[in-house]
Write a protein that binds this ligand. Structure first.
Ligand code: AMP
Length: 397
C-alpha cells in the first residue's frame, strides 16, 4: 500500500494517537463522545483516542502546512479507536490506511483519488471489490426540491444510509409527499442508470451541473485508469455532516455484513479548524478488513524467509560467528545467530522453524582454511565455502 501511495506522489505523515476531544466534537457533534474513547488526563484536559485520521490531518494542515504548494498529497497509516461493539471485522482498535488531497476539486483529481483507492486494494491482491459512487450535492438539491426540512432530512438520512427504502417511503408519506413523488425519489436512490438520473435532476441547475461533472469523472476512471466496475449509488450518505459533493465506498461482498473496505469523499473541515477555505477530499481504508478479505479470498500470503542462520559449533566460535553475521547484514542479507549455545543438532532444528534458506556452521576445523560449512536447508546439501565467498553464495541461493 505504501508503494502504491508513493507511486501517486503522496507523502506519508504521522499524527498523535490522541487529540483534544474538541477536535472530534467540533467535527461530528457531542454525540460522538458515546462512540469514542474520551477521557480526562491528569491536568484535567479532555482528550480522545483518535477514531479516524481526517480531523487530525486537517488540524495538522491548519497548524503547519497551509503555506505549502498545492495540491498537497498526504497519506497515513495508523491505529484508530472506536467504542464499538466488537464483532468480526469490527474492532475497538483497528488500522486505517488513508489519504487527504488538499487544494483541488477538479474532475481529474477526483478520478485519480478513486483510482488510487481502488488500486491500493487491487495491488495487494484482492480480486472481488466493488466501487460505489454518490454525490451529496445532488442529494441535497433533490431534498430541496422536495421541500424537506432539516429535521425531516435528519430522520431520513440514517434510513437511506441503511438502504431501508420502504421506511424511506413511509417517512416521505408522513411528511406529506405525494405517493408518486415519494416512489420516484426512492427509485432515484436505487438506480445507477445515468439516463434515469439525468431525467430526474433535469431542471435543477445545481444538480444538473454536478451530475455532468460526475459523468466526466466516471469517463476518466474508465478511459485513463481502466476502472469500469463502478456503480453510481446516490443513496450513499456516509452518515456524516461534513461531507460535501463526491462520496464513495469500496466493498468486498465476500465479507458479508462488515463488507465496507473503504469510505471517502469531499469534505469541509479546514474553515471549522480556523484555516483558510480550500478544497479537501480523501478516503480511509480499513486495513484489518482488507486483510480479512484477502484471507477469505484464500490469498496465499508470502512467507517471511530468513536468508541465513549462523551456528557457532562451540563457545570459542561465538566471536567469529557474530562477526560473520554482521558482515552479511551490512550487505543486505537477513541473518540470525544462535544465541543459546545449544548443540549443532538442536540449533539446526531451530533454524528449520525459522524458514531459513541457509545455515552457516562456524567451526575450528573449517576456520583453519578461512572457511565455514554452508548448508542448503532445502536440499540438505553441505559444502565448505571460503568466508570471502559466503556473501555471494548466500545471495545467489
Ligand atoms: P470510516 O472512517 O467510518 O469511513 O471507516 C473507514 C473504513 O475503516 C471502513 O470502511 C472500514 O473498513 C474501517 N472501519 C471502520 N470502523 C472499523 C472498526 N471498528 N473495526 C475495523 N474496521 C473499521
Amino acid at each position: 500500500m505504501r508503494s502504491t501511495f508513493t507511486s501517486f506522489g503522496y507523502r506519508e505523515i504521522q499524527t498523535p494517537m490522541f487529540e483534544n476531544l474538541e477536535l472530534f466534537t467540533a467535527k461530528s457533534g457531542e454525540g460522538i463522545i458515546e462512540e469514542i474513547y474520551a477521557f480526562k488526563d491528569k491536568g484535567g484536559r479532555d482528550l480522545a483516542l483518535r477514531p479516524e485520521l481526517t480531523a487530525p490531518v486537517m488540524r495538522f494542515y491548519v497548524e503547519k502546512l497551509q503555506m505549502e504548494p498545492k495540491p498537497l498529497k498526504l497519506f497515513y497509516f495508523g491505529s484508530c479507536f472506536r467504542y464499538d461493539r466488537p464483532q468480526k471485522g469490527r474492532y475497538r482498535e483497528f488500522q486505517q490506511a488513508g489519504c487527504e488531497l488538499i487544494g483541488t476539486n477538479t474532475t481529474e483529481a477526483y478520478a485519480e483519488l478513486i483510482a488510487l483507492a481502488y488500486l491500493l486494494l487491487k495491488n495487494i491482491g484482492l480480486t472481488n471489490i466493488n466501487v460505489n459512487i454518490g454525490n451529496l450535492t445532488i442529494l441535497s438539491a433533490v431534498f430541496d426540491r422536495l421541500g424537506l426540512s432539516k429535521d425531516q432530512r435528519k430522520h431520513l438520512i440514517p434510513l437511506i444510509d441503511k438502504s431501508l427504502f420502504d421506511d424511506v417511503q413511509t417517512v416521505l408519506s408522513e411528511c406529506g409527499l405525494e405517493p408518486k413523488k415519494a416512489q420516484d425519489f426512492v427509485t432515484f436512490l436505487q438506480t445507477s442508470d445515468k439516463e434515469k438520473i439525468k431525467k430526474f435532476v433535469k431542471g435543477d441547475p445545481v444538480a444538473e451541473n454536478e451530475f455532468t461533472n460526475l459523468e466526466k469523472m466516471l469517463d476518466l476512471l474508465g478511459s485513463s485508469f481502466q476502472i469500469k466496475n463502478y456503480q453510481i449509488k446516490l443513496s450513499i450518505v456516509r452518515g456524516l455532516d461534513y461531507y460535501k459533493g463526491l462520496v464513495f465506498e469500496i466493498e468486498a461482498p465476500i465479507l458479508g455484513a462488515e463488507k465496507q473496505l473503504c469510505g471517502g469523499g469531499a469534505y469541509e473541515l479546514v474553515p471549522l479548524f480556523g484555516g483558510t477555505d480550500v478544497p479537501t477530499v480523501g478516503f480511509a481504508i480499513g486495513f484489518d478488513r482488507a486483510i480479512l478479505a484477502l484471507e477469505t479470498e484464500k490469498f496465499s500470503f508470502p512467507k517471511k524467509q530468513l536468508d541465513a542462520f549462523v551456528i557457532p559449533v562451540n563457545e570459542e566460535m561465538i566471536q567469529k560467528s557474530l562477526q560473520l553475521a554482521q558482515i552479511l547484514r551490512q550487505n543486505n542479507v537477513t541473518v540470525d545467530v544462535d544465541l543459546l549455545r545449544r548443540g549443532v543438532g538442536k540449533a539446526l532444528k531451530y533454524a528449520n522453524t525459522l524458514n531459513v534458506k541457509t545455515v552457516l556452521l562456524v567451526g575450528p576445523k573449517e576456520l583453519e582454511t578461512d572457511s565455514v560449512t554452508l548448508r542448503d536447508m532445502k536440499t540438505g546439501n553441505q559444502e565448505l565455502v571460503k568466508i570471502s565467498d559466503v556473501l555471494s553464495k548466500v545471495k545467489n541461493m
